[in-house]
Design a protein around this ligand. Structure first.
Ligand SMILES: Cc1ncc(COP(=O)(O)O)c(C=O)c1O
Length: 352
């Protein structure tokens, strides 16, 4: 599904527009949010400009530095973009005092945006991932895919999506999941995450905070611990310690499989895809492409024919710095200390 061909660059616009609309209807003038690589921030900046609302985006520091044009594009749509952690909030100042060189994380940026909203009466907080209503908006992807398969009289054997907070994967999968739960189809659903942030494959299912500063409520989800700070991989949208509670439950119950892939193989897959399809994929979406190629190659080996559906959740035209580094041989998998980091942060999950 080519979600990255819409003008905002990713699937995030599917939920940004209704979220801006409902916040305006609730009488708010401004929305505060976080963004990783900047795709969600861009989508919300566009949606806020549609409804004449102000928008403040706390952008994870490593992505703010890696992807300067994402900030520029959000500014074009009228948003104010702040590198996170920042000195503007109590949560940001605390993190900076403890670790001035932190690359930041989505968990930290969420704390800052929630704090901003709590302190300003005219402001609501909006989240671009994880939550049930965000998945609901994203199910447009799966519903459209069902219609498209009907037109060609096919049905997917395998459905693959990258997994950050779980919404592009779930939005595409859930409309197909009903048939699997009812025993009418035996589709495999594969969520693909980075080795640098492996919440489904190495995390724990328990209650945890969705943000580092514990401003947001706890949810039952797979988590690496709310203090986990992933290394600065270029798929900024997948650098989140937790996951959607709905997707977590389906994974726990065995309806969904998960795999983790490394940054180098992801870019190798991205370049192959670009050369064959002439579309430059986002680093996040390239995780799905990487696994799709593996599944297709397995079919080639076994001689089986399978219909594989994957979500191209975003384009990579503002991730060119990452492609430049890959082509110069400067990208690594950034996974050396991940096991030790998880062991530390998993201890910080609340005991409930
Ligand atoms: C292009 C793209 N794909 C995927 C994601 C991951 O988010 P989710 O798992 O909620 O779809 C992001 C998040 O920023 C993104 O920008």
């Amino acid at each position: 599904m080519p979600e990255g061909t819409n003008p905002s660059g990713s699937h995030k616009l599917n939920t940004a527009v209704p979220q801006a609309y409902y916040n305006k209807a609730a009488g708010k003038k401004r929305i505060a949010t976080e963004t990783g690589a900047g795709q969600w921030g861009t989508a919300l900046a566009i949606a806020c400009s549609f409804y004449d609302m102000e928008c403040s985006v706390y952008m994870v520091r490593v992505s703010y530095d890696q992807k300067p044009y994402r900030k520029a594009i959000m500014n074009v749509y009228g948003a104010n973009v702040i590198s996170s952690p920042s000195v503007l909030t109590e949560s940001g100042r605390k993190i900076l005092a403890e670790n001035p060189d932190t690359p930041g994380s989505l968990g930290i940026a969420i704390s800052e945006a929630v704090e901003d909203a709590v302190l300003h009466d005219d402001t609501n907080y909006a989240l671009g991932s994880v939550l049930n209503h965000v998945i609901l908006h994203q199910t447009i992807i799966g519903q459209e895919a069902i219609k498209q398969f009907e037109l060609i009289d096919e049905y997917p054997d395998v459905i693959i999506g990258c997994n950050g907070g779980g919404t592009n994967f779930s939005g595409m999968s859930f409309p197909f999941m009903k048939a699997k739960i009812e025993g009418r189809a035996n589709t495999r659903f594969i969520a693909v995450e980075p080795l640098a942030c492996p919440k489904l494959t190495q995390g724990k299912l328990c209650y945890d905070y969705s943000d580092t500063g514990k401003m947001a409520p706890i949810s039952m989800m797979y988590t690496l611990g709310h203090t986990f700070v992933p290394s600065g991989i270029h798929a900024g949208g997948l650098r989140y310690h937790g996951d959607s509670p709905l997707l977590s439950q389906l994974y726990h119950d065995g309806y969904v499989e998960a795999v983790a892939v490394g940054q180098k193989e992801v870019f190798e897959a991205a370049v192959l895809f670009a050369k064959t399809e002439a579309i430059l994929p986002a680093p996040e979406s390239s995780h799905a492409i990487c696994q799709t190629i593996k599944e297709a190659l397995k079919c080639k080996e076994t001689g089986e024919e399978k219909v594989i559906l994957f979500n191209l959740s975003g384009n990579g035209y503002l991730d060119l710095g990452a492609y430049e580094q890959y082509l110069a041989g400067k990208l690594d998998d950034d996974t050396e200390s991940v096991g030790a980091e998880i062991a530390k942060s998993i201890k910080d999950v609340p005991q409930v």
